[in-house]
Design a protein around this ligand. Structure first.
Ligand SMILES: [Zn+2]
Length: 107
């Protein structure tokens, strides 16, 4: 444990030796391995019903989670109640659902 902390302190100190280009590379690397930061937002949902089509205020409101991963912004429906999500797990679930719909010929 101690050697790990010593290594971490050295690693942090060593970042001061890097030039701007190297720092940018390190920053991009760290961003690529960190899970994305999630922003939660509550908003009404619009469906295809007459009231929504005519500019009504929609249904809900419902919680959505937004995050950026691999240069793409994602929106995940959370539901009526706010809960913390694991962005990468949710993304994987979304992919599986989409694949299933495609395999069933629905999209
Ligand atoms: Zn509606």
């Amino acid at each position: 444990m101690l050697s790990y902390i010593v290594m971490l302190v050295k690693l942090i100190k060593d970042t001061h030796k890097l030039d701007l280009k190297e720092l940018r590379q390190l920053y991009n690397h760290i961003r690529s391995i960190l899970p994305p930061a999630v922003v939660y937002q509550q908003k009404p949902a619009k469906c295809g019903c007459k009231r929504c089509k005519e500019g009504g205020k929609g249904h809900g409101s419902y919680w959505y989670a937004y995050f950026t991963y691999q240069n793409k912004t994602h929106c995940i429906y959370v539901g009526k109640e706010k809960r913390e999500i694991d962005p990468l797990k949710e993304l994987e679930k979304k992919k599986i659902r989409k694949r299933r719909l495609r395999d069933n010929g629905r999209i």
